[in-house]
Design a protein around this ligand. Structure first.
Ligand code: SF4
Length: 196
C-alpha cells in the first residue's frame, strides 16, 4: 500500500509534509528543470526515504528534467547516478537518506543551488516571509529566527514543525530527544502521522 509514486510526490497532498529543505529543492527543480549535483543527491535520497521506488524515481527525474535534458542525455549522464543512489549500480551500497547533520556538512549552496538547510542558508527576511506563508505567528517566527541565529538549525526546524502541527498557538521552549527532528524523513513521517 505504498502511495508514494512519481505522480503523488508532485501533489500538495504529499508535499505539505515536506520540511523546508525538501520544499526548496522541489521549487528549484521546477524552476530550472534541473538541479546541480548536491541538490540532486539530497532530493533523491529524501524521496527514496519517503518510499519512492527506483523505477518511479527514474520517471520522476526524467519528467522533471524534460525540456532541458533530453531522454538520451538523461540516460547517458544522470541515470547511472540516480540508480547508484538506490544501490543498483557500481559498489551497490544501499545508501541511507541523508540526515540533517549530513546535509549541514556539505558545502553551502552557491547561487542557483538548492541543497542545504534553509534555516542556515536563508537570510532572516526570506525565512520570515516563508514562515508567514506557513501561518506562523510573529512570536513563533521570532523564536525560530532566534534558534537560527544560535546555529540551532534542527531546533528551528522542529519549532516550525510544532507550530504548523499544533492546534494551539504556544510553542514550548524545550525540545527533547523524543521531539527533536534531526532528519528530513522524520519530519515527513511525523507530519503524515499527525494528519492521519
Ligand atoms: Fe531539512 Fe533538517 Fe534543515 Fe529541517 S533542519 S530544513 S529537515 S536539513
Amino acid at each position: 500500500n505504498n502511495d508514494i509514486n512519481n505522480r503523488s510526490v508532485n501533489t500538495d497532498d504529499i508535499q505539505r509534509h515536506f520540511p523546508l529543505c525538501a520544499k526548496n529543492l522541489m521549487y528549484g527543480l521546477k524552476e530550472h528543470h534541473h538541479l546541480r549535483y548536491n541538490g540532486r543527491q539530497q532530493l533523491s535520497f529524501f524521496l527514496k526515504g519517503i518510499g519512492l521506488s527506483c523505477d518511479e524515481a527514474m520517471q520522476f527525474w526524467t519528467e522533471a528534467f524534460a525540456g532541458r535534458v533530453s531522454i538520451d542525455k538523461f540516460n547517458k549522464e544522470y541515470r547511472y547516478n540516480f540508480r547508484h543512489n538506490y544501490g543498483l549500480e557500481g559498489n551497490r551500497i544501499n545508501y541511507k537518506p541523508w540526515d540533517c547533520r549530513t546535509i549541514l556538512s556539505k558545502p553551502r549552496p552557491a547561487r542557483g543551488e538548492y541543497h542545504g538547510c534553509p534555516y542556515r542558508d536563508w537570510n532572516p527576511d526570506r525565512l520570515t516571509s516563508e514562515l508567514k506563508k506557513m501561518d506562523l505567528s510573529q512570536q513563533q517566527i521570532v523564536s525560530v529566527l532566534d534558534f537560527c541565529a544560535k546555529n540551532e538549525y534542527t531546533i528551528a526546524c522542529t519549532k516550525v514543525f510544532e507550530a504548523s502541527h499544533s492546534s494551539n498557538d504556544s510553542v514550548s521552549d524545550s525540545v527533547d530527544d523524543m521531539t527533536h527532528i534531526s532528519h528530513p524523513n522524520l519530519y515527513f513521517e511525523r507530519s503524515r502521522k499527525w494528519h492521519e
